[in-house]
Design a protein. Structure first.
Length: 244
């Protein structure tokens, strides 16, 4: 087979891959469009006096579909729906669902999305919700902060602490393995940490070994993110903690 034949075969293969990707992309967009229309119709069909949680769940589902669709104007529409869902979940004291709503709000990447992240982080640490969701919120902060940020280090060690505190058995071991790697990755990008000795020194230096030291630091990070724009009264929510 000569070079020309080889080139023609490669071009044909590339064209087929491009056509396949285009077809799959079109099918995916059509599916999302159909799903969005279906869920919007369901929302419109709800009665004014329906269970608010049913409305909140449907609105959040629509918001997530909108973000997946990625069409112009949809992040703004998704924000409005997810924010209303967040308020309903908070009123119903469904704090884990409220954090899901915060995650959706954060994913809109709108100017106030980082404020939503701060609210989700506060609820994740304050209430004993799904630890994996809490860890996702911590990782969101890590991904959103500069490499040299101490806030990322605090978030990483908090994720590890949550996994240790709230999980059990094999699940605890597997998740803690991931959160330990997360700490290592953050340490490497923060201070070029490359071995265990350096990691131990780094954690001592940043006071990351004792939750009595790093949790107040996390609180400061969250306060800086929210910048006074709190959507709820934190003292009031603390009074609703299970321990009380």
């Amino acid at each position: 087979m000569n070079d020309k034949t080889d080139n023609n075969s490669a071009d044909n293969a590339s064209e087929k891959e491009t056509a396949l990707a285009f077809t799959e992309g079109t099918e995916s967009r059509d599916f999302l469009k159909d799903q969005l229309q279906k869920k919007q119709d369901e929302l419109l069909a709800l009665k004014a006096d329906c269970d608010p949680v049913v409305r909140a769940n449907l609105q959040l589902e629509i918001a997530n579909i909108m973000l997946d669709a990625g069409q112009p104007g949809m992040p703004e529409a998704a924000w409005g729906l997810a924010k209303e869902s967040f308020k309903i979940y908070l009123e119903q004291e469904m704090f884990e669902d409220a954090v899901h709503a915060c995650d959706t709000l954060y994913q809109t990447e709108l100017p106030a999305s980082v404020v939503a992240l701060g609210h989700g982080m506060w609820l994740s640490v304050t209430y004993p919700i799904d630890p994996e969701l809490s860890i996702i919120m911590m990782k969101n902060l890590i991904d959103d902060t500069p490499a040299k940020s101490d806030g990322a280090a605090v978030a990483a060690v908090t994720a590890h602490y949550i996994a240790d505190l709230r999980l059990e058995g094999e699940k605890r071991e597997s998740i803690m393995f991931l959160t330990k790697n997360l700490i290592t990755t953050v340490a490497e990008r923060h201070s070029n940490v490359s071995d265990q000795g350096q990691l131990n020194f780094w954690m001592d230096k940043l006071e990351l070994n004792d939750p009595a030291q790093f949790l107040p630091k996390l609180s400061q990070v969250i306060d800086a993110i929210v910048a006074g724009d709190w959507w709820f009264d934190r003292d009031e929510l603390r009074e609703k903690l299970p321990v009380n």
